[in-house]
Design a binder for this molecule. Structure first.
Ligand SMILES: Nc1nc2c(c(=O)[nH]1)N[C@H]1C(S)=C(S)[C@@H](COP(=O)(O)OP(=O)(O)OC[C@H]3O[C@@H](n4cnc5c(=O)[nH]c(N)nc54)[C@H](O)[C@@H]3O)O[C@H]1N2
Ligand SMILES: Nc1nc2c(c(=O)[nH]1)N[C@H]1C(S)=C(S)[C@@H](COP(=O)(O)OP(=O)(O)OC[C@H]3O[C@@H](n4cnc5c(=O)[nH]c(N)nc54)[C@H](O)[C@@H]3O)O[C@H]1N2
Ligand code: SF4
Ligand SMILES: [Mo]
Length: 734
């Protein structure tokens, strides 16, 4: 029998007559796929393809990478700098000098009147590492505000905090190749097929070759859960309880790796005492996973030769985000699974360069995983930059999620937003709107002038996007990848690197603080500063990175000269006993009592609200909303609701409904699916004026990351579907 297209004409891919391919790296997610952009004879950019000999993606791309070349002249791009005195006025087009002069004057005015910290800077995980490093020099070395952070607080802060608490330093210890060695994989709150499609492909290929159990922990039946051997549909926000009960079984049955624990860790006694209270029967009542399943999973995991834990936002975006990461590190350490092929505790990062900002931006510290709290680090960087070390604060300032409330209280008066869109991406946006409105001066630096925050800005700086500029990015597995320039910046936009340097000049009249002329020379500064650090990359150059299709750190000068390491650099961290970043070299096992502090469903708001992502869209859709082939799959906001729950409320498939929380409301289309539990709904966060009008965003005490994944809502059926459709239309920007 013939299926599908076999009887019809085969699909013909139009010949785009590409004559020239340029190597670069995808600018969406943290997978780090190598991509080539093709031009035709006229020099027009007309296509992309995956790079065959790149280890990360081996020729593959997902639906975002395939259409990425359509970004360059997509609608809404920033064409020219914009200025206005008040946000009630229209913008006028201005030139770069005028706009940067005015921006510098306003920063100086605010800092003089209210103090240095009254001007805050919030950056991103989506520009290049050399740009992060340069921004750090401008902010820490010249502006001197301590209220400097990034959107990574919404994303990776819990992973960073958890790695530091367990291992003494940030830095994911594993790599994608671990899938090829592992005997058991637990994936926590991570939906790889949609959010990291090419990491998923690597995992699936490894599993097909050498079957190993895949255990998925997620309240939703995600695409990854459908593919799992065991799916644990956990009660939202209770992962720490499940982790503790798994440890309970491991200790009770003597399945721990005693030799590893002795050689590599401290804190086993307190951990054992804590998890003794968390037997599977007790845990079941909180996390909803039955006791037999807990025992089976604990045995499967602990008896496997090598086993790995991976996780993403289902863990990080929680009031126990940092504890969840520590809990996974506890599990990995107790079973002797760190630094081994196939045995690791690997945080799957999010944005294309979320790692680069952690390593080099100086957001919460100083470059090269240095801290403000350490006097030697302040001294080293001060000397290198020619900045008085006394100019640096002695401890980190406010996190991104504390900077916004500080606008509300009047502590922060001016703000510089770089490549982040908090009007859509932060929790409780009705409150964020009031905060942005209150600022004396807001400058937005973005590739798109139609992004929501520009509405509240006094100045707009149009930035070049992705391969309109050059620099490196670090992916989930510590691989430094090269983005080569394919086309010049759009219209009058400039690279973030140039914008930072130009603004920096206005605070550096005597040229005291030195800036490198080019991106490649800036990379050389970073190489120098990386020597002897965990993230040593002194053996790398832009050329070598391109040639090797990415190099994993650490990669020292010595390794490069001998070429003794695998040519792509350090695959794993902590491969030898007692080499963790604490002074005694030992990792910390940490007891994690569970505190139930989430907003939970009740009679008035009976549904859990869960939010996350779709494969075709990236974040707030400033980019994918403009690419027809991405946007067509889900052009309007919707929610997933269980058909039984929908029936009780009289809600039909594809009808409009109103979701209401204690913060606000949103109109979405109901999509009936068994993917979601009867007491929960899921709304993708990509749409403006939608799910984050509803979210509460309670903060994790260690990382200050918001619990985007847990809140309570009610659903109201809407009688007038025409009016609802109209409102829904008005709520989105494009
Ligand atoms: N297509 C696409 N890919 C992306 C992005 C994008 O916008 N679009 N963004 C990138 C970025 S910055 C990031 S951070 C990553 C995010 O990647 P993921 O974290 O994989 O994506 P999310 O959909 O945010 O959340 C993952 C899952 O967490 C589950 N979850 C919710 N609550 C809980 C809980 O209490 N416990 C557990 N165990 N799970 C829970 C949700 O049901 C959801 O399926 O994706 C990156 N890749
Ligand atoms: N409810 C809910 N909310 C969430 C999440 C969730 O799961 N649920 N996830 C959170 C997470 S993990 C994240 S990472 C955040 C993301 O939140 P944001 O970072 O606020 O969202 P983006 O849309 O990625 O914003 C990036 C901006 O940078 C611009 N841009 C792109 N490239 C460049 C460039 O090279 N230079 C400059 N100057 N601009 C550029 C884009 O146009 C865009 O406006 O959202 C968070 N919010
Ligand atoms: S998986 Fe991520 S890095 Fe790879 S093509 Fe897709 S969006 Fe780009
Ligand atoms: Mo993220």
């Amino acid at each position: 029998m013939l299926f599908g297209r076999k009887q019809k004409n085969p699909i013909k891919i139009a010949d785009k007559k590409i004559v020239d391919w340029t190597y670069t790296t995808c600018g969406y997610c943290s997978t780090g796929c190598a991509i080539e952009v093709g031009k035709n004879e006229q020099g027009d950019v007309v296509g992309t393809q995956g790079v065959g000999n790149a280890d990360v993606n081996r020729g593959k791309l997902c639906v975002k990478g395939i259409f990425e070349h359509e970004l360059f002249d997509s609608p809404g791009r920033g064409k020219t700098p914009l200025l206005r005195k008040q946000t009630s006025e229209n913008f006028r087009e201005a030139n770069w000098d005028e706009t940067l002069d005015h921006t510098a004057d306003e920063i100086k005015r605010i800092q003089k009147k209210y103090g240095r910290d009254a001007f805050a800077v919030v950056s991103t995980g989506q520009i290049f590492t050399e740009e992060f490093y340069t921004l750090g020099k401008v902010v820490r070395g010249l502006l001197g505000t301590n209220n400097y952070d990034g959107n990574t607080t919404l994303c990776m802060a819990s992973a960073v905090s958890g790695y530091k608490r367990s291992f003494g330093s940030d830095g994911p210890p594993g790599c994608y190749e671990d899938f090829e060695h592992t005997d058991c994989l637990m994936a926590w709150g991570s939906n790889l097929p949609e959010q990291h499609p090419i990491i998923y492909w690597r995992m699936k290929e490894a599993k097909e070759k050498r079957d190993f159990p895949l255990i998925v922990i997620d309240p939703r039946v995600t695409m990854l859960a459908q593919f799992a051997d065991i799916h644990l549909a956990i009660v939202p926000g209770t992962d720490v309880v499940l982790m503790n009960s798994l440890l309970h079984v491991i200790f009770a049955e003597g399945l721990e790796d005693k030799a590893y624990i002795k050689a590599n860790t401290v804190g086993i006694k307190a951990l054992k005492e804590e998890v003794a209270n968390c037997d599977p029967a007790t845990a079941y009542k909180i996390c909803g996973i039955d006791e037999d399943t807990i025992r089976n999973v604990a045995r499967l995991y602990a008896k496997a030769g090598v086993a790995m834990n991976i996780w993403t936002m289902g863990i990080n975006q929680s009031t126990h985000g940092s504890d969840g990461v520590v809990g996974l590190n506890n599990l990995s350490l107790v079973s002797g699974n760190v630094g081994k092929p196939g045995g690791t505790s690997l945080s799957i990062t999010g944005q294309c360069n979320a790692m680069g900002t952690r390593e080099w931006s100086s957001c919460s510290g100083l470059p090269g995983y240095r801290t403000l709290e350490n006097p030697e680090h302040r001294e080293e960087i001060g000397k290198f930059w020619n900045v008085d070390p006394e100019f640096f604060p002695k401890k980190r300032g406010l996190a991104q999620t504390d900077i916004f409330p500080a606008i509300e209280t009047g502590q922060v008066k001016g703000l510089w937003l770089i490549a982040t869109n908090p009007m859509t991406s932060m929790a409780n946006t009705p409150r964020i709107r009031k905060m942005l409105d209150k600022l004396e001066f807001l400058v937005v630096q973005d590739a798109y002038e139609d992004m929501e925050c520009v509405e509240y800005a006094h100045a707009f700086l149009p930035a070049a996007v992705w391969a309109e500029k050059e620099g490196v990015m670090t992916n989930t597995e510590r691989r430094v990848n090269m983005v080569r320039q394919v086309v010049p910046p759009y219209k009058q936009s400039k690279s973030d690197f140039d914008i930072f340097k130009e603004l920096g000049k206005r605070f550096n009249a005597d040229n005291k603080v030195k800036f490198s002329d080019t991106v490649a020379e800036t990379f050389d500064e970073m190489r120098e500063l990386s020597k002897g650090r965990l993230l040593d990359m002194s053996g790398m150059t832009h050329e070598l990175i391109e040639e090797k299709r990415g190099i994993q750190w650490p990669y020292t000068e010595e390794q490069a000269s001998k070429d003794e390491a695998p040519p792509t650099g350090g695959k794993r961290l902590y491969t030898k006993n007692a080499t963790f970043s604490f002074p005694d070299g030992k990792a910390r096992l940490i007891a994690l009592p569970f505190i139930d502090n989430n907003e939970r469903p009740d009679n008035a708001f009976p549904f859990w609200l869960n939010s996350g992502r779709l494969v075709e869209h990236f974040h707030t859709r400033t980019r994918t909303g403009k690419v027809g082939n991405n946007n067509k799959y889900s052009p309007i906001p919707f929610m997933e609701i269980n058909p039984d729950a929908a029936r009780q409320l009289g809600i039909e498939h594809q009808s409009y409904v109103r979701c209401v929380s204690r913060r606000g409301d949103a109109i979405v289309m109901a999509m009936l699916t068994q993917r979601i539990a009867k007491d929960a709904i899921f709304i993708p966060f990509h749409f403006y004026d939608c799910v984050n009008r509803l979210t509460l965003g309670l903060l994790d005490p260690h990382s200050r990351q918001p619990a985007f994944k847990q809140a309570a809502v009610r659903i109201e059926k809407l009688e007038d579907q025409e009016a609802a459709a109209q409102m829904n239309k008005e709520m989105r920007t494009y």
